[in-house]
Ligand binder design. Structure first.
Ligand code: HEM
Length: 547
């Protein structure tokens, strides 16, 4: 009897919450208010659809009318048109700024250069990560830096920035735009000075751990090649993932690295469990349902939390390490947070760093090797540079990496054509103005990185072609509006791990080129797909042999 009563009560509460949400965030009231504010300014877009809950739903609903172009060779391929044919169509129909819906969420799509500049550099704390992301990604990210906003975000960034965004991992020149922002920021200069007084892992330490992780991967390739008689056919995706996970585990957890690996395995499982959810943005009340998947998520989340806190406890009893966890720990201890808040801060930020840096770096390496495999001429050119700068069998140091200009150009070009993060999204928490557009409170604003990266008006008629030479004179020389090149985002929320990621990519690719030659296997099917990042849906199969 009591059970029936409890179940009925739960059903009533869920229905009530659903109805509340329906009215408040609303399928009816709020979307209409936002759309009419935009209509008054001449901004139009496709009619709202209640059914579409995420971007792949739109893709499915549109793909009957627009043909995807995956038959193009990978070195001359319009990735944006393949992934988002509907955006290309709507851009033609409604212009560079239009509004569309994902379920009950209203989104302003912006690809007009001057408006994009204002959006990406806006420093207001009232313009932040969309609230739906926080709700959707809660179990995965908690209240860490990736989805938090306002003062909570600012405090986390202040703590994490000195560890990641410094000379420690900076060997490549930052984009002129970011350099400008850095030079202007007294705050960041102060952080850099504070950091330089600390003793920590250091650039050389970071480089050796990346080299170690690369060596593990390449040894596995060597044994496959030997076993398979001189040429191995390898799907490289998993290898790139374990390389990237390995680097982050070591950087975050130092000698507790093997426990770190365990944590990351569970986080990956959590990510998979969450990616199975569909339509949840669109259906009010659904997120309150205790479904089987939710229970799985809760269990994994709890495991991750316990494992991280176990390491923290061990740390307190033993000598201090010089890794990211130690930095987060020290900063949290100095920040007057209560025990619970401190634990949450540590757990959430470990999860955030892992999730921010794992797949993004892995998939960038995969695309870059795919492009070099498809373009033998560039593979030979970059290899010649690597061998000239490092000699064979040599481990690159910071100075050598700096000298590898062609390698740098190839990495930039690969991140241009296949930027892992396809969209940079924000929400307005008050009415705001960008260019001539008054953006009402509660609207999501999307900057489509992948579309801006291949717009012929910005990059010229060969925008879809793999041509690293366009970066010979840096980013400013490569296109008409350098601020539209943003694989790592731009402005106050620019990627904190970009220097680390570039060093990882440079070391990995330099070592691969110095030992192996490779081409695309006949099995390879060019299949960019949007999951959390833009990734090759059917993987990248390479034929690899020793030099
Ligand atoms: C090629 C690899 C990577 C790419 C393409 C990439 C891309 C990005 C982008 C586009 C953003 C900004 C998102 C936005 O503005 O909404 C971002 C943010 C961030 N990234 Fe990365 N990332 C990469 C690697 C890494 C690594 C290795 C780490 C750390 C180990 C990292 C840590 C972060 C963090 C903490 C943020 C949040 C910054 C904030 O919100 O203040 N990323 N990343």
């Amino acid at each position: 009897m009591a059970l029936v009563f409890l179940i009925s009560l739960a059903a009533v509460v869920i229905t009530f919450l659903g109805l509340l949400e329906l009215l408040y965030s609303g399928l009816v009231l709020k979307p209409e208010r936002l759309r009419s504010a935009l209509r008054k300014q001449g901004i139009r877009g496709p009619g709202p659809s209640l059914l579409l809950g995420n971007i792949s739903e739109i893709r499915k609903s549109q793909s009957t009318t627009v043909k995807a172009s995956t038959n193009e060779p990978p070195v001359i391929h319009n990735c944006a048109a393949t992934l988002f044919p509907f955006f290309e169509q709507w851009r033609k129909q409604y212009g560079p700024v239009f509004v569309f819906s994902l379920g009950s969420t209203q989104i302003l799509y912006v690809s007009q250069a001057d408006v994009v500049r204002e959006i990406t550099t806006c420093t207001s704390l009232e313009f932040g990560k969309p609230s739906y992301q926080q709700k959707e990604l809660g179990p995965l990210l908690g209240q860490g830096i990736l989805t938090s906003n306002g003062k909570v975000w600012a405090r986390q960034r202040k703590i994490l920035a000195p560890e990641l965004y410094t000379d420690k991992v900076k060997v490549t020149s930052l984009t002129p735009f970011i350099m400008f922002a850095l030079n202007k920021s007294r705050f960041i200069r102060y952080l850099l000075q504070r950091w330089s007084g600390r003793s920590n892992l250091g650039l050389q330490g970071m480089m050796s751990l990346i080299t170690e992780s690369t060596t593990v991967l390449l040894s596995s390739w060597k044994s496959r090649i030997e076993k398979e008689g001189g040429v191995a056919e390898i799907k490289i995706d998993e290898g790139m993932r374990s390389f990237s996970g390995d680097v982050i585990s070591r950087a975050c957890f130092g000698s507790n690295y093997s426990k770190g690996a365990e944590i990351f395995l569970r986080l990956s499982a959590l990510q998979v469990a969450m990616s199975k959810k569909s339509l949840s943005i669109g259906i009010p009340g659904m997120r309150y349902m205790p479904t089987k998947k939710n229970r799985e998520e809760w269990a994994l989340e709890k495991d991750v939390r316990n494992l991280i806190l176990e390491i923290v406890k061990e740390r307190k009893e033993t000598a201090h390490e010089k890794d990211l966890l130690q930095m987060v720990l020290e900063s949290a201890e100095n920040s007057n947070l209560g025990q619970d808040a401190m634990d949450r801060f540590i757990v959430d930020n470990c999860k955030n760093i892992y999730l921010a840096g794992y797949e993004t770096t892995a998939v960038s390496a995969t695309w870059c090797l795919m492009l070099l495999a498809a373009n033998k001429e560039w593979q030979d050119r970059v290899r010649a540079e690597v061998l000239e700068v490092c000699g064979s069998g040599c481990i690159p140091d910071a100075d050598m990496l700096r000298k590898m200009k062609l390698l740098n150009m190839v990495i930039h070009e690969s991140l241009r054509l296949y930027p892992p993060v396809a969209v940079v999204s924000r929400e307005t928490f008050k009415d705001m103005k960008f260019g001539d557009i008054i953006v009402p409170k509660g609207l999501n604003v999307w900057t489509m990185v992948v579309t801006l990266h291949t717009d012929p008006e910005v990059w010229g008629p060969d925008a879809y072609r793999f041509n690293p030479y366009r970066f010979a004179k840096g980013i400013t020389g490569a296109c008409k509006f350098p601020h539209l090149y943003m694989p790592f985002g731009v402005g106050p929320r620019v990627c904190l791990g970009q220097n680390l990621a570039i060093v990882e990519l440079k070391i990995l690719i330099a070592l691969v080129l110095s030992e192996f030659s490779f081409s695309l296997s006949p099995k390879y099917v060019h299949s960019p797909a949007l999951r959390l990042v833009i990734e090759p849906e059917r993987g990248v199969d390479l034929l690899i042999k020793m030099l």
